[in-house]
Design a protein around this ligand. Structure first.
Ligand code: ZN
Length: 340
């Protein structure tokens, strides 16, 4: 068994190292202190729910917590140097398990939901046996709101009565997408955006300088994960799209050009696009009230006017309630940006 595991490890593709110590972790001092105290006293709640905006550091801290629970010499967080920590850094610790969206073998596309079979195979069955080598068997479930109802119900039993070695960390940017029964079984730890000073240090640590750092910081909006992954560049192109939708969205002559851009937005995680859209509209509103804005957004703000921006903001704010009822995101974005 041990032999087989080594062979499997060698055949894994190169994955970026996953930090396990607190060095360089941006923000969330209150959450770090809270969890650190629970670690020191060995009173960590076995079912944790981390919620907050995408890429603010929930998964990064969950991974550090998982590593601390396995570390040979925790103080109380992971040392980063012991054999357990080295495995966690490589993402190959056998007792830290991730349950996430998987690729559909038939279509080759990433599924949008976590299925009940995944929960049975990857959580319920392994939980019946003690950890291979660590102190705990840690399950990271992300994005938890993607768990189908049956999957949440299957998970519920494990959350209610986990064995002493079981530890769950559910991660979500939309806690309302979880069943009340699941939410009530977990200790809720909420995360907000990382403040500007710490974001600036994170940008430096990510190797961003000068104008590039300024663009990145504006796009990342308190989410250091976007700086380190480079995904702020996608956010930048999304902001350009949103500015174009605000500027030209009501011109019938531009519909053929803008409809595909709305379609592209609708393919992205709706919660992230909605949050970004509301930020962009709020910036445009501040610009009209005398604030500063980059040129594309300033043009967009002037084109829509205060009344038009308010209408867009209202419709965006109503969108989450429609998404819960499975309304197509494309229709919601069209209604927000392309309808007077
Ligand atoms: Zn260690």
């Amino acid at each position: 068994m041990a032999r087989k595991r080594r062979d499997e490890e060698e055949s894994l593709p190169e994955i970026p190292p996953r930090p396990v110590t607190l060095a360089g972790f941006a923000g969330h001092a209150r959450q770090v202190a809270l969890l650190g105290r629970a670690l020191s006293r060995s009173v960590l709640n076995p079912s944790l729910l981390f919620s907050g905006p995408p890429s603010v550091g929930k998964a990064a801290l969950a991974w550090r917590l998982a590593a601390a629970l396995q570390c040979v010499a925790p103080a109380p967080w992971a040392c980063g140097a012991c054999p357990s920590c080295r495995k966690a850094v490589r993402g190959s610790h056998p007792d830290i398990r991730t349950v996430t969206l998987e690729t559909n073998a038939d279509t080759g596309k990433l599924r949008k939901e976590i299925l009940v079979d995944q929960v049975r195979e990857r959580v319920v069955a392994p939980l019946a046996l003690p950890p291979y080598e660590g102190r705990r068997l840690v399950f990271l479930v992300e994005p938890a709101e993607a768990l189908r109802t049956e999957a949440q119900n299957a998970l519920l039993k494990s959350l209610e009565e986990p064995p002493a070695y079981g530890q769950f960390i559910l991660l979500t940017s939309n806690p309302a997408g979880l069943l009340p029964t699941v939410r009530s079984r977990c200790q809720h730890v909420t995360f907000g955006p990382v403040p500007p000073g710490e974001m600036r240090r994170a940008a430096e640590a990510a190797g961003l300088r000068g104008e590039e750092a300024e663009s990145a910081l504006a796009c990342a909006a308190g989410a250091p994960g976007l700086l380190f992954s480079g995904a702020w560049r996608e956010a930048l192109s999304r902001r350009e799209t949103l500015a174009a939708l605000l500027e030209h969205g009501l011109a019938a002559s531009r519909y053929a050009d803008l409809a595909p851009r709305v379609e592209a937005l609708a393919q992205e995680p709706p919660a992230a696009v909605l949050a970004e859209s509301l930020r962009v509209v709020a910036e445009a509103q501040r610009f009209l009230a005398g604030g500063a804005a980059a040129e594309p957004l300033a043009r967009a703000a002037r084109a829509r006017g205060q009344e038009g921006l308010r209408r867009v903001a209202d419709r965006l704010s109503e969108a989450p309630a429609h998404l819960v009822r499975n309304v197509n995101p494309r229709l919601l974005f069209e209604r927000a940006f392309l309808v007077p």
